[in-house]
Design a protein around this ligand. Structure first.
Ligand code: KG4
Ligand code: ZN
Length: 337
């Protein structure tokens, strides 16, 4: 059976096809980055309208790549939340319309569950249970994942998410939108150590994070100063090192606390090269296995939604009524009896 997956929670339209035994067979993505860049951030109304334009052409594209017809689709999965309400509604409308027309089940997927399970798209895939570091633009959480639908929150940010800190700091340094990847590129050209930035909450006796002070520390470091030469790159490198230090320390702490020697990294910041290198090295020194989704599936995509939807259907059976949940805690995901 083929599951069609639709992601439209923010500024990326993603569509993918997953087969029950063959795994991911096709995926396509349209990023709205260029469209929103002129405004310095995501404009929700423009995002919704663009999802409407892209969804069906992308669906035709993945069907073509897979060499199947729309009638071969056995279920439709879509991102039910969290995200921008209008953008989510476009995906929900398309998914329910298609499923109704085809007479197949539809399943609403939690966007973060998609991220959380995306490392299973890698080869080799991690076995359950594992600890997951979920680092995206909206969330920074450590979870113990016992299986599909079995998620225990170990710690999370008390203010900004790691990706949000990257984006806001990038804006501060005049790097525009989207800032995270640009800041990471600049950081790779700099040398850390010159600017003494804090490592917020690194020694706190819990698995929580705080990143808003770091952005403020960067703001203070640049105040009244003309950045010249390598200043910007060095500052970016220091910022990145501070975020990575905290993420690595807390992840290792979570692995200890959960007693599970397997760590997976998911979400957009999981694409960060420095984070990957540091985590891989620290984990190897402690005999911890680390898994990352393929780079293209770190940031938002349809494959993770099709994949999580297929796993949900296989585990719990098809379920879902029409709806979106712009605000939706992953911890509140109720495991069907
Ligand atoms: O998971 P994602 O695509 O969307 C959300 O669900 O939020 O994550 C996007 C976030 C943005 O904040 C972006 O700046 C950040 O991930 N990001 C990065 C990198 N690539 C994306 N942050 C640091 N380094 C990167 N290479
Ligand atoms: Zn995401």
């Amino acid at each position: 059976m083929f599951v069609l997956g639709i992601e439209s929670s923010c500024d990326e339209t993603g569509v993918a096809l997953v087969h029950r035994t063959r795994g991911l067979v096709a995926h396509a993505l349209h990023s709205q980055v260029e469209m929103h860049a002129a405004y310095g951030g995501v404009v929700p109304e423009l995002a919704s309208r663009d999802h409407i334009r892209r969804l069906l052409p992308l669906t035709r594209q993945v069907l073509g790549t897979a060499g199947i017809g729309i009638r071969d689709v056995g279920a439709v999965a879509y991102t039910e939340g969290p995200g921008l309400a209008g953008a989510l509604l476009v995906g929900a409308g398309a998914a329910h319309g298609l499923a109704y027309a085809l007479g197949v089940p539809v399943v609403g997927v939690h966007h973060l569950e998609g991220h959380l399970l995306s490392p299973l798209l890698a080869d080799p895939a991690p076995a359950f249970p594992f600890v997951a570091l979920l680092v995206s633009g909206g969330h920074t959480q450590l979870m113990r994942v016992g299986g599909v639908g079995d998620y225990q929150l170990l710690g999370e940010t008390v203010d900004d998410a790691a990706g949000e800190a990257f984006d806001k700091t990038a804006k501060l340094l005049g790097l525009g939108y989207p800032g995270g990847p640009a800041l990471a590129r600049l950081a790779d050209a700099g040398t850390p150590g010159r600017f003494k930035l804090p490592r917020p909450m690194i020694a706190s006796d819990d698995l929580d994070f705080s990143f808003s002070g770091l952005k403020t520390a960067v703001a203070i470091a640049v105040r009244g100063r003309t950045l010249e030469g390598n200043d910007k790159a060095d500052l970016a490198a220091d910022f990145q090192a501070a975020v990575v230090d905290v993420l690595v320390a807390k992840s290792l702490g979570a692995v200890d606390r959960a007693g599970v020697p397997r760590l997976v990294v998911a979400g957009g910041v999981g694409a960060n090269r420095s984070l990957r290198e540091r985590l891989t090295a620290s984990a190897a020194a402690r005999a911890i296995e680390v898994y990352y989704p393929p780079l293209e599936f770190c940031t938002d995509n349809g494959a993770m939604i099709a994949f999580a939807g297929a796993l949900r259907i296989a585990t719990f059976g098809p379920a879902g009524s029409f709806g979106v949940r712009p605000r939706w805690e992953l911890a509140s995901l109720v495991v069907p009896e």
